[in-house]
Write a protein that binds this ligand. Structure first.
Ligand code: R5P
Length: 285
């Protein structure tokens, strides 16, 4: 088996190579003078299972993934396997207003035309899996987050919304503590109120877990509610840390620790998911 890294996932590709005891291929990525992307994978890929690892957060990442998958196919790989640590556009898995595309369907169809097997990590909605023409699996990250916080004396794991309550429950199971979720009540088109269930938080240590931190608005508001309710320590975690605009700076003061996984490589990506991905690939191949 050989790992081929895409530009946004170099570190994770290396760690996955170590976990799977596989070499990481060398690759050239550059731009033609007119701005088009050029990729070339060095070395012999023929008759091997080749795993291409790349988050697709930006449009450039998406093109790199498509070109790389095609290059692997051209090089006569045995199987072309795509791993999307962060699968961009997955929040548009349906139309919300007339005239919109189903963006995650467009991308899933395009990628699956170039790969034999695909994995994404904590897709925002598993509806996206159905758009694939071949096997497409979602790897949910629970263990690695739980283990990271196992020595923090956590009392409660909390999801900022109902949608993430299962994740919070499962992380809580790893830590053998209780979990709950905040109830988002929409007051009007611009105002949302977050309600906390009747739980005594005075002096308690709380771990907030979400799938994505983008602007940081949701998780920072949740952290401030936990403090208002008397929590002595508030930790923030998520699978995917996008941290748009200035949120990477703002979030630092919102919690006692911020730790996200390395699906996107940021200053807060202190939780490695290489082992959890390797386990799934080993089981399947
Ligand atoms: C919402 O459904 C998601 O689970 C996240 O809570 C949301 O995407 C976070 O976005 P932001 O950081 O911009 O509040």
């Amino acid at each position: 088996m050989l790992i081929v890294p895409n530009s946004p996932s170099g570190r994770l590709s290396g760690d996955l190579g170590t976990a799977l005891n596989s070499k990481v291929a060398e690759k050239t990525v550059k731009r033609f003078p007119d701005g088009e992307l050029y990729v070339r994978i060095n070395g012999d890929l023929s008759a091997q299972d080749v795993v291409v690892v790349g988050s697709t957060q930006t449009d450039s990442d998406i093109i790199e993934m498509l070109l790389t998958l095609d290059a692997v196919r051209e090089a006569s790989a045995k199987r072309v396997i795509a791993v999307f640590p962060y699968f961009g556009y997955s929040r548009q898995h349906r139309t919300y207003n007339p005239g919109e595309p189903v963006s995650s369907r467009v991308l899933t169809r395009s990628f699956s035309a170039c790969a034999d097997l695909m994995y994404a990590v904590d897709l925002h909605d598993e509806e996206t899996l159905k758009f694939s023409s071949g096997p497409f699996k979602n790897i949910r990250i629970i263990e690695s987050i739980g283990k990271h916080f196992s020595n923090h004396g956590i009392d409660y794991v909390v999801s900022p919304d109902d949608g993430g309550s299962r994740r919070a429950e499962e992380v809580a199971e790893v830590l053998q503590v209780e979990s709950f979720y905040l109830n988002k009540v929409r007051i009007d088109s611009r105002t949302v109120r977050m309600e906390v269930p009747d739980v005594q938080l005075d002096g308690k240590r709380v771990l907030l877990v979400d799938d994505i931190i983008s602007t940081g608005g949701t998780i920072m508001k949740s952290a401030s509610i936990m403090r208002e309710k008397g929590a002595s320590k508030v930790y923030i975690s998520a699978v995917h840390g996008i941290f748009t605009n200035d949120s990477a700076n703002k979030i630092r003061n919102a919690a006692d620790e911020v730790a996200v996984t390395d699906t996107l490589e940021t200053q807060y990506s202190t939780i490695s998911i290489a082992e959890e991905i390797a386990e799934r690939i080993r089981d399947d191949l």
